[in-house]
Design a protein. Structure first.
Length: 350
């Protein structure tokens, strides 16, 4: 997924429509105003009013006791793993979930933890039978199965509550902790019409990213019980994630949380419109499932992918042109730009 994402030789990237990820969103004028006016304090001393408010507001929204502001979702997930587990413990996680595949093995490297990567089903969820089968016996040969990690959305797919609960029930039957990498959980909530508290309820901890579809420049919030967050705070400090006048970025996160969640529906609408337009041409191999939110995937052979990348660049559009090109819509793309994207795809004859 991360191949072909790094920009090469584009000096004036601001002039391009960027479809590589929703992480590319830039803070708009409103967010910049809020950031400029933000009250700040030293958050390592617990003094920053915007950080404190963001943590509590996110916890309240998800029906949990407490929250912790972190610089990134990668660190938030890592802190969650270090808090839930002890050296020698094992994490059960989807094989293509971010924590396993794209976080540099942080929990193994820094926490002495092992992963058992499980098959991910068509809808992005895990199969309860695979979870039962992955639990290790209480025997000195094995690591101690301790935590189940789910991800929602996964590859832009919103995973239903039914599927989620079945996986969690399987984990709970073996006394596992359950963490949600909900970097894009609000996309799932909006798509499924499920409120955030209901979605978060069966989990012990949830990571929420502020700097993806929500459009804030930096940050993530980890939520859970008071005890869990107290321990998580120590891990965050140890990892160097304790920030000082972080209210400047937390204020943007608060504003996005209060004002931008509903806008995700627009990204989803535009993603479907793009999928329909590509399918109508009959020339693209598109993966867009019913539960897709703001991402679709287009499949090419290597040569054609390269040509598409060059063609889109000529039309001032950046795509991650690989054999599986992930196209991501986000709040910096409006209907006019969507039209430009569609017409660029239509004029590609490679
Ligand atoms: C599902 C998921 N979790 C976690 C992350 C990590 O976020 P970051 O790279 O901002 O740390 C990402 C990043 O794209 C993600 O897609």
């Amino acid at each position: 997924m991360y191949e072909n994402l790094k920009t090469q030789n584009i000096d004036n990237i601001a002039d391009f429509i960027d479809l590589r990820s929703d992480t590319v969103t830039k803070p708009d004028a409103q967010l910049r105003e809020v950031m400029a006016a933000a009250d700040v304090g030293d958050d390592v001393y617990g003094d920053d009013p915007n950080v404190n408010a963001l943590q509590q507001e996110m916890a309240d929204k998800l029906g949990k006791e407490a929250g912790l502001f972190l610089p990134s979702s990668t660190q938030s997930n890592l802190v969650a793993m270090l808090t839930h587990n002890a050296r020698g413990d094992e994490i059960l996680v989807g094989r293509k979930y971010h924590i396993f595949k794209y976080e540099a093995g942080g929990a193994a490297v820094l926490g002495g933890l092992t992963y058992d990567p499980l098959p991910v089903q068509e809808d992005g969820g895990l199969n309860p039978d695979d979870i039962h089968a992955a639990i290790k016996p209480d025997d000195t040969h094995f690591p101690n199965s301790k935590t189940l990690v789910l991800e929602n959305t996964n590859s832009g797919q919103a995973i239903s509550m039914e599927r989620t609960k079945a996986a969690i029930d399987a984990g709970r039957a073996h006394n596992l902790n359950v963490h949600l990498d909900g970097a894009r959980m609000f996309n799932a909530c909006v798509k499924l019409g499920v409120d955030a508290t209901t979605m978060a309820d069966p989990f012990d901890s949830i990571n929420i990213c502020l700097s993806k579809g929500l459009g804030a420049p930096v940050g993530a919030v980890l939520v859970g019980s008071n005890d869990f967050i107290k321990q998580a705070q120590r891990w965050r400090k140890m990892l160097g994630g304790g920030m000082r006048q972080a209210g400047i970025i937390a204020a943007a996160g608060r504003f996005a949380l209060h004002n931008y969640v509903d806008d995700l529906a627009e990204d989803h609408r535009r993603t479907k419109a793009l999928a329909d337009a590509l399918n109508e041409t009959g020339r693209y191999d598109v993966t867009y499932q019913d539960n897709q939110t703001n991402m679709l995937f287009v499949h090419f052979d290597k040569e054609r992918a390269k040509k598409l990348g060059a063609h889109m660049r000529d039309h001032k559009i950046i795509v991650s042109a690989g054999t599986e090109s992930r196209i991501v819509l986000h709040r910096n793309i409006d209907d006019n730009q969507l039209d430009q994207i569609i017409s660029a795809f239509k004029s590609f004859n490679g």
